[in-house]
Design a protein around this ligand. Sequence first.
Ligand code: TXA
Ligand code: MG
Length: 351
Amino acid sequence: MRMNTIIGKISGDSKIDEQVIARAGEILGKGGLVAFPTETVYGLGGDAMDYQAAGKIYAAKGRPSDNPLIVHISKIKDIENLAIDIPEDAYRLAERFWPGPLTMILKKSEAVPETVTGGLQTVAIRLPAHPIARDIIAASGTYIAAPSANISGRPSPTDAKHVIEDLSGRIDMIVDGGSIEIGLESTIVDLTEDIPTILRPGYITFEMLQQVLRNVEMDKGLTADIKADVRPKAPGMKYRHYAPKADMVILEGSTENVLKEMKKLVNEQQQKGHKVGVMLIDEHAKEINADCIISIGSNNNDVARHLFAALRKFDNEEVDIIYSEAFSSEGIGQAVMNRLLKAAGHKIRKV
Ligand code: TXA
Ligand code: MG
């Protein structure tokens, strides 16, 4: 059933913006769905305390219901209503990184419906930094379950137009707050085991977490070879994700070798009559000719910010094959390469 989706644009005029936020809060408070910007990606929000609202989120995204949602809060103290047996480490992390792009997994309290946690006895919690997100959560008077606001399997939305593309007619309201700063989803840390474990890399890096925690590990399911029989612990990390419609191959090696191989592959594919897309940092993109060239920026933060939009562009341009260079895995680059490898179905060629 198609519904009428209200688009509320944040304009910078405080009177109008207050009305948009109040409307969003009201819809959420009544069990409706509202997409809104956060500093990482756009989220699709619903009342986390209302199992029916959670059910609507899964339906709107076409998401498998065993893939749990992150509960968004507007002040640190809220974790005490959502979680039990909260370790000291959680408070240390909250103090250092909240509000911000960090999600913590804790043991869930009875108050959290199992629809939200996909049947798990743990709950993912995040206090976002984006002022619009925080105002909307506060205005709702509840806690907000919010996955990324894309149709399941598509790249996460980093601009309101991506949300409109995917969810218009399927949810009550979209709050348009422009394009997103970080561009990749939050870092997820599991605090329910002996050693805090990163389940999804993000803007808050392993090294940043190490400065606060005595001990921290990467989930083996993340680093393991895709063929190995190790399951990622975040249910969502096992699904096919972000994949553009076309096949995508990552080329890894010295710049010289990557450019040489890419030119050769583009040629071969074009001779077969295929439409070819390429993705490289600005400095390298100048060297390559193809049907759709994405010059993604000059540093890791640029790549993070533009990656998902780039993957959507390849779909819109209907390319047949995509070649991307491997980007630096320094800092946020680790998260970039995690998403890029998923998008490419782990097809990486060393040159
Ligand atoms: O930056 C973000 O985190 C964005 C914005 C909107 O806040 N949200 C987001 O949500 O990326 P989503 O649903 O697209 O990804 C949530 C991930 C999934 O991989 C899910 O499996 C995992 O978090 N997750 C949620 N609850 C979990 C739990 N209790 N244990 C393990 N993994 C969990
Ligand atoms: Mg997602």
